[in-house]
Design a protein around this ligand. Structure first.
Ligand SMILES: [Zn+2]
Length: 324
């Protein structure tokens, strides 16, 4: 009887989480969202597998380890969706002004840099698209590790991301690892900080090998550079305070779109060019080189020269606008 009672609890919990998923309200489309998400039904295949596995165990009268169904931060998320990359609605779910997110757990190894490499693109607007992650340069086949302890929620091809792994952590964060060449973990798998979860690559909307890494809380992407010192590979602090005001001021990229354009100080003609061609204009800052721009925007020096009628040896002026 004890075992049957446990099965009932487990199945009930799984049904509750599955139902919550289908009731989720989707945020506006973001890069990385699964194109099929509207049409797709809840993929409960993994859940059913768990039920089957647990039932099998019960038949053998083995005591069930209920920790199998304790999803990290489920109180906060109230859903465990293994189909959609971003099924959450931050503005609806985030009811407080700020939250303190523990990054270092005394029982856990804390944070590990997913891959130590140069950053090639930062959080912000890029080529008419919001870029919710930080790109880290690597070579296909380099090992990528989980940033914190957690459980794998997504391990599949996602629109834009290519082979994509999303890990839910106990501190409420989710981390996204995109463009992988290989995924070494399965949905539901418990991973430790520093554990290899896949190999870097160039899949999805990507030009050149790199890791696209995102840090999210209730679906809202956070600029990872506010949390991690990418040069040293260490956390900037043991905790991170996420404020609603910061979301409005710097993380909600779509809402900020108009303001960013104005900040760049483009003329009407330049804006029209950007709109017409879909190209971005980069304003030359101290230290910029064509080589750096090519790497940052995933293009080549040759292509930049052609577009801007420059030679590879041309001197760049501060404030000069370069068509990307
Ligand atoms: Zn990226």
């Amino acid at each position: 009887m004890k075992v049957i009672h446990k099965i009932f609890i487990i199945i009930s919990l799984l049904v509750v989480t599955s139902n919550t998923v289908s009731a989720s309200v989707y945020d506006e489309k973001k890069p990385g969202d699964d194109k099929k998400k509207v049409k797709s039904k809840d993929d409960t295949s993994s859940v059913n597998t768990n039920i089957a596995k647990l039932s099998e165990d019960c038949n053998e009268d083995v005591d069930i380890d209920t920790s199998l169904i304790v999803f990290p931060s489920n109180d906060l998320y109230a859903s465990w969706d293994t189909t959609m990359a971003h099924p959450y609605n931050f503005n609806e779910a985030f009811k407080v002004d700020s939250v303190e997110i523990d990054l270092v757990n005394p029982d856990a190894p804390g944070f590990k840099m997913p891959f130590k490499g140069n950053t090639t693109s930062e959080f912000g607007w890029r080529r008419r698209r919001p870029h919710y992650g930080t790109d880290i340069d690597l070579v296909t086949g380099d090992t990528v590790v989980s940033a914190f302890d957690g459980m794998v929620r997504i391990a599949k091809v996602c629109y834009g991301y290519g082979n994509c792994i999303i890990v839910r952590h106990n501190n409420g964060l989710e981390t996204v690892y995109g463009h992988l060449s290989q995924m070494n973990v399965e949905v539901g798998q418990v991973v430790k900080a520093g554990e290899i979860i896949g190999l870097g690559g160039n899949t999805g909307r990507s030009t050149g090998d790199h890791l696209h890494w995102e840090l999210r809380y209730l679906g809202q992407a956070i600029d990872a550079m506010d949390v991690v010192d990418f040069k040293s590979g260490n956390l900037k602090d043991n905790c991170f305070v996420l404020r609603k005001t910061d979301v409005v001021a710097k993380y909600d990229l779509r809402a900020l779109k108009g303001r960013h354009r104005r900040d760049v100080g483009l003329t009407k003609a330049e804006l029209a060019y950007a709109k017409k061609t879909g190209s971005k204009l980069h304003k030359i800052k101290n230290g910029d080189t064509l080589g750096y721009l090519a790497k940052r925007y995933h293009t080549t020096v040759g292509a930049l020269c052609k577009k801007n009628k420059l030679k590879p040896t041309s001197t760049l002026r501060l404030g000069q606008l370069i068509k990307i």
